[in-house]
Design a protein around this ligand. Structure first.
Ligand SMILES: Nc1ncnc2c1ncn2[C@@H]1O[C@H](COP(=O)(O)OP(=O)(O)O)[C@@H](O)[C@H]1O
Ligand SMILES: [Mg+2]
Length: 227
């Protein structure tokens, strides 16, 4: 088991007064290594909240988030930073590349914490291999501003993959792409899953993307149900 969420309660506001708004309600989820999961649900249903809990960007009010059997909710802030840097890749609706950095510099940002030469050389090799694989190596010295949305989003995927994470968390990754680029992104995610064994958890409104995942879950009233 890669990931296990057990009886998660999560809301926002002050729990002691009427400002509290529950979002996730006694939610449990088990994810096996190498699974492809689509998360659906209306706007405001808690999809981003769920990904943030899995990625250690936020913590539950109650319940545990176990990664390979270890409860990450007990981690110190240093441990959670390490966990996120090594195990989790994030892709968002908008690529969030730094406009003043080249594509290559952008994809190497998560590796900047590495201080030794060998790790850095390995990261550079991995960046080249991944950028070639997704067809953006020729743009490595260009700034994001002159590239298309699809090209930038592929760079964002490479940046998410650069430290060889165990799981990729993608929050509406095709939300800003045209249909042609939706297909390119769907192919890419599927390839990373099938060839590299990458576990995928993808929040999406795209039926095209959702149908290519192995399991489709919907958040309703703070709980997940299979559809
Ligand atoms: N940091 C926050 N502070 C207060 N309320 C929040 C915060 N993050 C999310 N919410 C609320 O939690 C609910 C779920 O949000 P979210 O997980 O972003 O939904 P989704 O991604 O499904 O659209 C929404 O009602 C939202 O307003
Ligand atoms: Mg969201």
């Amino acid at each position: 088991m890669l990931l296990s969420l057990e009886h998660i309660n999560k809301g926002f506001g002050n729990r002691d007064d009427s400002s509290y708004r529950p979002v996730l309600n006694d939610l449990s989820l088990q994810v096996e290594e190498g699974e492809r999961i689509a998360i659906l649900g209306p706007s405001g249903s808690g999809k981003t909240t769920l990904l943030n809990l899995v990625g250690g960007l936020d913590s539950p009010d109650e319940g545990s988030v176990q990664f390979r059997g270890e409860d990450i909710t007990g981690y110190s802030s240093h441990e959670i930073d390490l966990f996120r840097n090594r195990q989790i890749g994030f892709v968002f609706q908008f690529h969030h590349l730094l406009p003043q950095c080249t594509l290559l510099e952008n994809v190497l940002i998560p590796t900047l914490v590495q201080s030794d030469r060998i790790s850095r050389a390995k990261s550079a090799e991995r960046a080249e291999a991944l950028m070639k694989r997704v067809g953006i190596w020729e743009f490595r010295n260009k700034l994001p501003g002159i590239l298309s949305g699809g090209e930038c989003q592929r760079a964002a995927v490479v940046r998410a993959m650069i430290n060889a994470p165990s799981i990729l968390l993608a929050d509406e990754p095709t939300g800003a792409l045209d249909s042609e680029n939706v297909e390119v992104m769907a192919d890419l995610l599927l390839e990373l899953n099938q060839e590299d064994g990458l576990t995928l958890m993808v929040v999406t409104h795209s039926i095209e993307l959702a149908t290519r995942m192995g399991r489709t879950l919907e958040i309703r009233n703070g709980k997940l149900r299979q559809i």
